[in-house]
Design a protein around this ligand. Sequence first.
Ligand SMILES: C[S@@+](CC[C@H](N)C(=O)[O-])C[C@H]1O[C@@H](n2cnc3c(N)ncnc32)[C@H](O)[C@@H]1O
Length: 190
Amino acid sequence: MAIERTRVCPVELASSLDNKIRRWLQNPHAILAPYIKGGMKVLDIGCGPGFFSIEMAKMVGASGQVISADLQQGMLQELARKVKGTPLESRIIPVQCENDKINVSDEVDFILAFYMVHEVPDKTSLFKQLRVVLKKDGQLLLVEPKLFHVSKKDFESTLEEAESTGFKVTEGPRLLLSWSAVLGSTAAAA
Ligand SMILES: C[S@@+](CC[C@H](N)C(=O)[O-])C[C@H]1O[C@@H](n2cnc3c(N)ncnc32)[C@H](O)[C@@H]1O
């Protein structure tokens, strides 16, 4: 079957986002451990087939919650299929986003935006919406792919858009073939 070339990663490529090789190169627990604690409510924006959401659900524990949000129903279905009948199922709240609307209103302690922001045409609007739902002392881990998709200049311009909405940008963790930054809320909301 031919894969349609769009800005958005097609559902047909879901398996390339969740496999053993990626788990070895980008261990989700190791990446998320500095940011997620038991009992937190967290958001995985552009969750895809749930490579990170599933680990997030384990890390927040039975008293926590993961909002897994994606534009594509097919990605959310993949994630639902993986957790069906497991204790993680009730900790994951699936949300279907619209092109320019995250459709999330709950306040969260932490947001992960992994390899998704470059797929969003209006990044300023996305960051504004994420600012609204991130708690005052919350953190957003932003990670973008170096290979093929995002140049250094592109990433710097993404960070400028984030700053223009009131996010404070600090250095992120060193991750293979990726750009990263940690965004926090500042006192003056945009
Ligand atoms: C390359 S995938 C990354 C998935 C996941 N974060 C990961 O690292 O495995 C990008 C995901 O972002 C989603 N996406 C793209 N634009 C979006 C938008 N405006 N709102 C929500 N999700 C979006 C796509 O549907 C896709 O599932």
